[in-house]
Write a protein that binds this ligand. Structure first.
Ligand SMILES: [Zn+2]
Length: 437
């Protein structure tokens, strides 16, 4: 019962009897079926403990059902599987400093002045916000100090703090310098607090074992380490992939330019993060090999905030926004046309001065702004996300036998992607964490 202390007192009267009963009958107005990409009408969902027991045609509940199940009436809403963000940094915040041309400056500050303990608490606050925004699972890809992400995952799983299911990478595997450019030589060791710097294929294998031993669920690598300037070799990436796959872990690569994407793909990685400058021929290779792309593209509101906080003029902001959308949209459209599977991922770490988790949700709006139809975008954030998290048999679908991660938003989601910002109900693992019906 301790868990309820973390929930707003506003919701407690509803929650207590419901959570004790542990069986729910959810009547959905519209249900987004992530497998078919269709919105279905008149569906109800039966949940027992943390598992979806049945998805059936809606009908008036029987007397027996009324006795055994807690009824949740979502007929005025659109119901969908809990959202999945495949690229988060819950324990990392970078502020925008106008005029600063030292890109590693904030990471230096985080490493020397914040520390892992503060970062874990900060991460816990954001984890709660993510869950209440409808994100029931994340893949947290590094920038969490020395396995502080694993500690947060444990606290969430133990019910100490509310948050999404977490897949954790631990420190990302990078070459010299990590993503902290500009460290003078005698201080360069500080990067080891944030990244696992690998020195050759043999050391790369050891790095994978260290991360697995500390509880990593996924191996994050930096094929190139922008904004820094070194790259993993294909021999090192191959060694990493071979070792990770022995343990059933997927490998996903930060890769911003075509060479970084290509090197990672031919070396056997399972996912590509960012992939900003990527050629059509590399996209074709990704489609052929089943490599998932996580396009960490913002929407116009978060990009605008970024540019505004960078002290740009309105004219400069308008020009930059138009350029960004065209560039990101073109890349995303090309990837979709080539048949690359896309998973939604925000890379939400910049402090846009927006509420926690909002930049993550806005990533989905950004995909729609890039010309992707709403049902397809919702598949990126459910069905495809579950594949990227290596949990496709557990989450991402509202289907018999799947974990009960179910959310509800305003009814017009099918036509209006902005409704994804109006989350009314969140259930994770068969427990209700938000109820604003
Ligand atoms: Zn990232």
């Amino acid at each position: 019962m301790k868990k309820f202390l973390f929930l707003s007192s506003l919701f407690v009267p509803f929650l207590l009897p419901a959570q004790d009963k542990q069986q729910f009958l959810i009547r959905a107005g519209k249900l987004f079926d992530s497998e078919s990409g269709q919105f279905k009408k008149g569906v109800s969902i039966l949940v027992k403990y943390n598992i979806i027991q049945e998805v059936r045609e809606d009908r008036e509940p029987s007397v027996e059902e009324k006795k055994n199940y807690t009824l949740i009436d979502l007929r005025a809403y659109t119901v969908l599987p809990g959202l999945i963000d495949a690229h988060t940094h819950l324990l990392y915040r970078e502020e925008i400093h106008p005029g600063n041309n030292l890109p590693g400056l904030d990471l230096d500050k985080v490493l020397t002045m914040d520390g892992d303990a503060y970062r874990a608490i900060y991460g816990a606050a954001r984890a709660k916000a993510y869950l209440e925004a409808g994100i029931t699972a994340v893949q947290d890809l590094g920038n969490s100090g020395q396995f502080a992400d694993v500690a947060l995952r444990r606290a969430i799983n133990e019910g100490l703090v509310p948050g999404p299911r977490m897949r954790c990478a631990g420190p990302g595997l990078s070459t010299e310098g990590g993503q902290v450019p500009g460290l003078i030589f005698k201080h360069r060791e500080i990067v080891n607090d944030e990244y696992r710097i690998v020195k050759g294929p043999e050391d790369a294998v050891q790095a994978v074992r260290e991360n697995i031993n500390q509880g990593a669920d996924v191996i994050k690598i930096y094929s190139n380490n922008t904004p820094n300037n070194t790259r993993l070799s294909t021999e090192e990436i191959r060694a990493i992939v071979k070792e990770a796959h022995l343990y059933g872990l997927r490998v996903t690569a930060h890769a911003t330019d075509n060479k970084a994407v290509y090197n990672a793909v031919i070396s056997g990685v399972d996912g590509i993060e960012h992939g900003y400058q990527v050629d059509d021929s590399t996209l074709e290779l990704m489609a052929k090999k089943g490599v998932i792309l996580v396009p960490t593209d913002g929407d116009s509101i978060s990009l605008r905030q970024y540019l505004k906080l960078s002290s740009m003029s309105e004219k400069e902001i308008a020009d930059q926004l138009a350029w960004d959308r065209k560039f990101l949209g073109d890349r995303l459209q090309r990837a979709v046309k080539k048949g690359v599977m896309i998973a939604a991922g925000s890379d939400d770490y910049v402090d846009f001065k927006l509420p926690f988790a909002e930049p993550s949700i806005r990533t989905l709006i950004g995909y729609v702004e890039s010309g992707i139809p709403i049902p397809r975008v919702l598949q990126f954030a459910t069905l495809n996300g579950s594949s990227q998290l290596n949990w496709s048999n557990k989450i991402g679908k509202i289907k018999r036998g799947y974990l009960a991660d179910i959310i509800a938003v305003d009814d017009d989601l099918e036509k209006n992607i902005q409704s994804i910002l109006s989350v009314r109900f969140v259930m994770k693992d068969g427990k209700i964490f938000l109820n604003k019906l």
